[in-house]
Design a binder for this molecule. Sequence first.
Ligand code: HEM
Ligand SMILES: *[C@@H]1O[C@H](CO)[C@@H](O)[C@H](O)[C@H]1NC(C)=O
Ligand SMILES: *[C@@H]1O[C@H](CO)[C@@H](O)[C@H](O)[C@H]1NC(C)=O
Ligand SMILES: *[C@@H]1O[C@H](CO)[C@@H](O)[C@H](O)[C@H]1NC(C)=O
Length: 315
Amino acid sequence: MASINVSYLFILLFLLAFSANAQLSSRFYSKTCPKLESIVRAGMAKAVNQEKRMGASILRLFFHDCFVNGCDGSILLDDTPTMRGEKNALPNRNSVRGFEVIDDIKTQVEAACNGTVSCADILALAARDGVDLLGGPNWVVPLGRKDSRTASESEANNNLPAPSSNLSTLISTFAAQGFNAREMTALSGAHTIGMAQCRFFRSRIYNDTNIYGAFAAQRQANCPINGGDNNLAPLDSTNSMFDNKYYVDLTNKRGLFHSDQELFNGGSQDGLVRIYSLSSLIFRLDFANAMIKMGNLSPASGTVTEIRKNCRVVN
Ligand code: HEM
Ligand SMILES: *[C@@H]1O[C@H](CO)[C@@H](O)[C@H](O)[C@H]1NC(C)=O
Ligand SMILES: *[C@@H]1O[C@H](CO)[C@@H](O)[C@H](O)[C@H]1NC(C)=O
Ligand SMILES: *[C@@H]1O[C@H](CO)[C@@H](O)[C@H](O)[C@H]1NC(C)=O
């Protein structure tokens, strides 16, 4: 009996050591870069102190990294003459931001422990800290991701959801990454922080009928039918605080994107939106768990990876 257990143990250890998607661990750098978490935290505290929105921008960067061949820092790579990367994909171009913040943190992490910590892990920690700094839930971030040597413009175009999506498309886009509808609705609560450009919500505020009239008029004032494409509006009514107001807004037909309001429009997620609108605690728990799950998305097995020295270029 004991010998059977021992051989199972060896098989298990072998699998853990050599599996393509090695298990992440919160203590991955505890010996090799003990200051990592405090460096990232300080970098994010400085950035958010300068501009609260940065907490939101980094959270979105992490989401857009993870939904394209796993959380592998692929979104951080600049285009090269031979590679069209993710920065210029439609959901990202002139939209995702925060790259300089990650660069600054990476520089400090390299100074403390060079060649050790992946850009993908720095982004995962920075996203968590951004949420926490704006009053959201905190969670322990499993670490040990590696950085990709490629990025894919086409995969970014295909995998990332559009603000014009209906509920069934949202559900299937997230299902393609292993998330159920409840997790999709919880993750959408990220829109409790940050800003959006007019071009992404224009059709909603002019053409949708499930929108509160005074709210549509208010948003139209800074988002004309023609022009002003880049004018910004807050994603929810308390957009520098990570709270459950996004869901309260949805129940009042004040979702900014068509896709947001799809979560509360007489469909399958209405009940959950009501629950989150009434219980900040349930939302925070579901959001944190879904974020950890998102952080576990890993590149296809066999993908060649590395620890990048500079997050913008492969070594
Ligand atoms: C459910 C489908 C989703 C759609 C259709 C969507 C779409 C968008 C769009 C169009 C913007 C505005 C970008 C701009 O104006 O430049 C935005 C902003 C944002 N999104 Fe999403 N998103 C979705 C889900 C998520 C998820 C899952 C997260 C994170 C967990 C997230 C985090 C954010 C944040 C924080 C912002 C504000 C960024 C900033 O202020 O810089 N979104 N989203
Ligand atoms: C780290 O820095 C040292 C010198 O400061 C250098 O010799 C070493 O090659 C560097 N390691 C990596 C992996 O970049
Ligand atoms: C949702 O959108 C997709 C893609 O645009 C479309 O094919 C589908 O018919 C729509 N579903 C519903 C229920 O409107
Ligand atoms: C509203 O819908 C009409 C008809 O589909 C379309 O022609 C128009 O461009 C839309 N307006 C906006 C602001 O999206």
